[in-house]
Design a protein around this ligand. Structure first.
Ligand code: CIR
Length: 257
């Protein structure tokens, strides 16, 4: 599927007060804004029209727009993020998405879902159950996906402490191929898929994004970059250092459709 649209939201002045367990120190806001701008320009160069939401200092993690909605070619659903401090992100995203998806649905209590736990691989979705996404949320999402004729399977990542979200360690590369970090690569749910393992020490690069003919990959992971280029992908490096400090990956900076 080719993407034509994306929603993005720059990091707010309070960005450094968001949730982080990375231990990498506070982000530099000026550099984060530059990196965000560069990310947006890459999406535009790849042909996407961007909806740019205004930054909101009340919501320090709101630049990670992907967690508040799941968008597919057939419909969209707002999530109920697992971190209470992120609940306020949903309304703004909803207002923007309703313009394109009037039938917008919503995950409801007691379900929780973070979009970072939802990995679309063509007609199939892998749904992570994590500290943020609970079984009830995963079940609600699976039922909604089934109505749209997508299949899904659940991956419990609660015993994989290095993964905040499923997509921290899993990305779709197109067709039947996935990029996976060591923790997930041998998981039984990936049977029947071709899993490409991220080289040791480059786990952060497992969160990449296929955007039309390009593959956006975090800058600074030469082993992964060379491996994916060798497989024929047009790898586009993206500077992510400041978002990584706040536990954010490449995919979470946009909602794409
Ligand atoms: C959080 O902990 O919620 C944010 N600081 C980072 C969220 C990153 N989201 C993602 O990778 N999908």
């Amino acid at each position: 599927m080719r993407f034509t649209h994306a929603i993005v939201r720059p990091p707010p002045t309070t960005f450094a007060t968001g949730i982080s367990r990375s231990g990498l120190g506070p982000p530099d806001l000026g550099l984060a804004l530059e990196q965000h701008d560069a990310y947006c320009r890459i999406l535009e160069r790849l042909g996407l029209s961007l909806v740019r939401l205004a930054s909101d200092p009340e919501l320090p993690d709101s630049t990670f727009v992907e967690d508040a909605a799941i968008v597919t070619s057939a419909g969209a659903i707002l999530t109920r993020p697992g971190a209470g401090s992120r609940a306020g992100e949903v309304a703004t995203l909803g207002a923007a998405l309703r313009l394109s998806f009037p039938e917008l649905e919503e995950i409801t209590a007691p379900g929780t879902v973070d979009g970072g736990d939802v990995c679309q691989a063509g007609e199939h979705f892998f749904i992570g159950v994590s500290e943020r996404t609970n079984s009830e949320g995963a079940a609600q999402l699976a039922r909604w996906l089934a109505r749209l004729r997508f299949s899904s399977s659940v991956v419990d990542i609660r015993a994989m402490p290095r993964l905040l979200h499923l997509k921290t360690g899993l990305s779709w590369l197109g067709r039947r191929r996935l990029l996976a970090a060591g923790e997930v690569v041998d998981h039984e749910v990936l049977r029947g898929w071709e899993s490409v393992r991220v080289p040791d020490g480059e786990g952060y690069a497992a969160n990449c994004v296929r955007v039309n003919d390009a593959l956006l990959l975090a800058e600074g992971f030469p082993g992964t970059g060379a491996m994916l280029a060798g497989l024929g992908y047009e790898v586009v490096p993206v500077a992510m250092s400041e978002f990584r400090k706040m536990d954010g990956g490449l995919s979470c900076l946009s909602v794409r459709w």
